[in-house]
Design a protein around this ligand. Structure first.
Ligand SMILES: *Cc1c(COP(=O)(O)O)cnc(C)c1O
Length: 949
């Protein structure tokens, strides 16, 4: 084994362990295992055509050279993106810390209290700043949040509006262009009509169910929407406000006017621009709409001992995403970025934020004043950070580019300038000098700042915010560093042990893949700079597109979608556009197997399709007879089949070619959900099985860390006939010739984290990628073999092999009074995160080890599972106190003076020898899910709750 190769660091199993592992699964070689796993008619007959693997050192040099091709200008473009300062203490302790970035979505609350607390802080911060009752823990981007607001308002429209069949949605012409594009994309398939106009002339007529306005407007003008909202309420029209989060520090909160939704981005709260993302959007609404809020909400509950603890509220809903009754398909969001923004709020606190916002505002005011002296007038009566100037924009642009400065030019007579946290007085003087040069006049230097102008108006913020202790306690670096560590210690991430969440592919997120993210030459680029300034990005992004196209066996790739589910939506919209271009507007039936992930039917509904469910056989495969009869029945209107391959049951179905052919015969297109791509790379491909489009989860297969539930990247790869329809962007040209409108705000989605997948592919090369897939399959089959005598595997392929994951059946233990979730909680005592619980089959666990785990860790996990199986034998229905139902066991309960359980403390805490060496202590006992949902509370408790003692 060449230890100089990255593959030997990425793949966990050592060469000397291979023989023993192969013996235990009864295979001669890896080749034989793969032969028995993947149907022969779909195996690739050639190596992937990819550049040769670079080792880690070579890659670091390569990516540094590429970074230098990006030109870092000062950007004052605004439009929802502002350069921000990432506090170093947050960069080092969160963004660069695997304890934070490798965690998963907090499904197991007892080992996720740290990130749950950070997210509760995020919600509290958003609720406070917007003055709304309920905020979620982040969405994909601001434009997506606006689209989610539109569909929420449609879902909660009044009875009268329903009766009147009101389907019009008013959108202010002050809205950000990318938001408008997304609203247009999302409204059409669900029959909402967008009407764009000046909100001051809006007539509030009967046909409208909702309205959306921007605060401040796209070129900085601040409007008072209080009267607008009042009239809207009188006319039963619901209102959403897109609000700039920094401006809310100084401007009165929209919640005080009685609006229904406030949304926006938290990018400028300490997140790098990253050429468009990832950043966390926020979404805040009324308590009344808690059942309709998209994404995740963190709620307060209690544990078995009655102590306060946190969990994802209304969690069952989140796992099923309401399938075809869904109004949203948000699953992966932007958790890591939300966590970073929440720490930004904690670090600065209300006073620090006021300082920052005041500086920004005063600089904007002072700049406007100086430019006025030069005879350049500013149009916004009231503004926070953005001024809009009437002047010769072409001339200004030329000089600005020479001086490495970017402004926004809405038209040839307008220059819009947004001031941000990083803007210094020197920068202001440079801006002034650009105008002076254009006008060929001398300018004086600005030396001190003028007072703000918001303070003199009735929109000046009077409502207090961030009074809670957590936002007033950690303002020194030492204090924040320790607070971050305190939370980190409560969470089990990949730097502690294997996380075998099936369908989630929790593989290594290598340090060498992550390092470039910290480089400002990747971080400090606004998504709407002229593309020639981002040459390094474009080289990297187009290479990555090509690699993914090659890996999937298709013709082209779009990196725009920010999650797998957003990729599903994008892919289905592309299919829809293709049918429409062929004159088949009536094709709207989407076949979805019963075992599909909840996002599949949800995405289909959002794309305006009708979901028809296809049955599964008792072996877990698609019931081909049922598929055939449904394809025939709906032949005239068939739009697509959505199929996950290998299936969510962890099996390579051998009839896949027959299935894809059948759909094509009936005029449909095949959408492949690529969540399980980790079982395909280098061995087979979506193109090979006859699919037409797939999304990839770069945050599963291609090494982007899960970040506690995001960021994600869900590119779509398409066959030739679909290439013309790949999505565009309103500001920067991307996508195909007949592109569908934008799927997400930024032209290349979350460009910054695409570096990770680029690194992954460059360092593994064709051979390393293929080996990774092979070892992923080997590891799953090894676990299957080791657990065979203890837990029945639910499904296997024709020759008895699992793919890269496998399902074990735990339903039989009910007779011992044990539920599958008890096993999940008991695994915590052994130091493991549970596999995926009850998906896709209730009462089962889906285990996916990935290629990054070595034999020793696989064995520890299997030993734990086997020991638990022995413990289950001792459990009976009428003995409610046992090792499993009491799990997880906390340090607090074990160190109490009294011990009344029918097993020893040692059995509880140190059931196997290896646990003693690497004990993970859960910070809370089992959380009470039902109590939390009954008493929904989604912000930090008010300060009074703490003073009572
Ligand atoms: C993870 C997953 C998705 C959704 O991807 P997100 O990035 O979370 O939106 C869809 N389908 C399957 C099978 C998955 O495992």
């Amino acid at each position: 084994m060449n230890t100089n190769l990255f593959a030997s660091r990425h793949i966990g199993v050592r060469p000397d362990e291979l023989r023993e592992m192969l013996d235990s699964i009864d295979a001669e070689s890896i080749g034989q295992l793969i032969f028995e796993t993947i149907p022969n008619d779909i195996q690739l007959d050639r190596e992937l055509n990819l550049p040769p693997a670079l080792n880690e050192y070579e890659f670091a040099n390569h990516i540094q050279l590429l970074a230098q091709k990006n030109k870092i200008y000062k950007s004052y473009i605004g439009l929802g993106y502002h350069e921000a300062i990432v506090p170093a203490v947050i960069q080092r302790n969160v963004l660069e810390n695997p304890g934070w970035y490798t965690a998963y979505t907090p499904y197991q609350a007892e080992i996720a209290q740290g990130r749950l607390e950070a997210l509760l802080n995020f919600q509290t911060m958003i609720s406070d700043l917007t003055q709304m009752e309920l905020a979620n823990a982040s969405l994909l981007d601001e434009a997506t949040a606006a689209a989610e607001a539109m569909s929420l308002l449609f879902a909660v429209r009044s009875k009268a509006k329903k009766k009147a069949k009101a389907n019009k949605f008013f959108v202010s012409n002050e809205v950000l262009p990318q938001t408008l594009a997304l609203l247009q994309t999302r409204s059409t398939p669900i029959d909402i009509e967008i009407v764009i106009g000046n909100h001051e002339e809006f007539d509030f007529s009967e046909g409208f169910f909702g309205a959306l306005v921007q605060y401040p407007g796209k070129t900085g003008k601040v409007f008072d929407y209080e009267n607008f909202t009042k009239k809207a309420i009188e006319n039963e029209i619901k209102v959403a406000v897109g609000a700039d989060i920094m401006s809310l520090v100084k401007l009165e909160a929209p919640g005080n006017w009685g609006v229904d939704v406030v949304y926006g981005t938290t990018q400028r709260f300490g997140i790098p621009l990253g050429y468009g993302g990832p950043h966390a959007a926020y979404f805040a609404t009324k308590e009344d709409y808690k059942r309709n809020i998209p994404g995740r909400i963190i709620g307060v509950t209690r544990d078995l001992d009655g102590n306060r603890s946190l969990r994802m509220a209304l969690q069952t809903r989140e796992q099923h995403i309401k399938r075809d009754r869904a109004t949203s398909n948000i699953c992966t969001a932007q958790v890591l970025l939300a966590v970073m923004s929440s720490f930004y709020g904690v670090f600065h606190g209300p006073k620090g934020l006021q300082n920052i916002a005041n500086q920004i505002h005063q600089k904007a005011v002072s700049l406007a004043n100086e430019l006025e002296k030069l005879g350049v007038y500013q149009e916004n009566e009231l503004y926070f950070d953005t001024i809009s100037l009437k002047t010769d924009a072409t001339k200004i642009e030329k000089i600005a580019l020479q001086k490495e400065v970017n402004f926004y030019y809405p038209d040839q007579e307008t220059v819009s300038i947004s001031i941000n946290e990083t803007t210094s007085i020197e920068d202001i003087n440079k801006i002034i000098s650009i105008f002076a040069e254009a006008l060929t006049i001398e300018n004086k230097k600005l030396e001190s700042l003028l007072p703000g102008i918001i303070e003199t108006t009735n929109l000046s913020r009077k409502t207090e915010f961030l009074n809670h202790e957590v936002f007033n306690s950690f303002h020194s670096e030492t204090a924040l560093m320790r607070y971050i560590k305190k939370l980190e210690r409560k969470d089990l991430a990949l730097n502690h042990s294997m996380i075998s969440l099936g369908s989630c592919t929790m593989k290594l997120n290598a340090a060498s893949e992550m390092l470039p993210l910290s480089n400002p030459q990747w971080g400090n680029i606004h998504p709407y700079v002229p593309v020639n300034q981002a040459a390094g990005y474009h080289e990297m992004l187009s290479e990555l597109e090509d690699y993914l196209t090659e890996i999937t066996g298709f013709s082209a790739t779009s990196l725009q979608p920010n999650s797998g589910a957003q990729g599903e939506y994008a892919g289905l919209m592309v299919i829809k556009a293709y049918h429409e271009a062929n004159g088949n507007t009536h094709r709207n039936i989407c076949l979805v197997p019963s075992s599909a992930h909840g996002t599949n039917p949800a995405s289909a509904v959002m794309a305006g399709m009708k979901v028809v469910v296809v049955k599964a056989t008792d072996k877990g495969n698609i019931d081909v007879d049922d598929l055939r009869s449904k394809a025939e029945k709906y032949s005239d209107n068939l739009a697509a089949l959505m199929v996950t391959y290998p299936s969510t049951h962890g099996v390579f179905e051998s009839s896949i070619k027959e299935i894809t052919n059948l759909i094509h015969q009936h005029g449909g297109q095949v959408y492949m959900d690529g969540a399980n791509m980790n079982a395909q790379v280098g061995l087979t491909s979506p193109g090979k099985i006859g699919a037409d489009v797939c999304h990839l989860n770069l945050h599963k297969t291609f090494a982007i860390p899960h970040g506690g539930g995001g960021p994600g990247v869900g590119p779509i790869c398409v066959a030739e006939q679909l290439v013309p329809f790949l999505p565009s962007n309103p500001l920067i040209k991307t996508g195909g010739e007949n592109a569908i409108s934008a799927i997400s705000a930024a032209p290349w989605g979350s460009a910054l984290v695409c570096l990770i997948s680029y690194a992954y592919i460059r360092m593994l090369g064709a051979e390393g990628l293929k080996s990774s897939t092979e070892y992923a399959i080997l590891n799953a089959n090894y676990i299957k073999a080791r657990l065979a005598n203890y837990y029945p595997t639910l499904y296997s392929g024709e020759r008895g092999r699992a793919a890269h994951e496998m399902i074990i059946d735990c339903r039989d233990f009910k007779k011992n009074g044990i539920e599958v979730k008890d096993i999940a909680k008991r695994l915590i005592d052994y130091g493991f995160h549970a596999p995926t619980v009850s998906f896709p089959v209730a009462g089962t666990m889906m285990i996916e080890p990935t290629e990054s785990e070595g034999k020793a860790e696989l064995d520890r996990f299997c030993d734990a599972m086997i020991a638990i199986r022995e413990e289950i034998k001792e459990c009976t229905k009428d003995q409610s106190e046992n090792l499993l139902t009491n799990a997880p066991h906390t340090q607090a309960m074990l160190t109490k003076d009294e011990w009344s359980f029918p097993y020893s403390r040692k059995q509880a805490a140190y059931p196997l020898a290896f646990v003693e060496e690497n004990k993970f202590w859960p910070s809370t006992r089992r959380v009470d899910e039902a109590y939390g949902d009954r008493n929904l509370m989604c912000t930090c408790a008010p300060i009074e709750d703490y003073i009572t003692e």
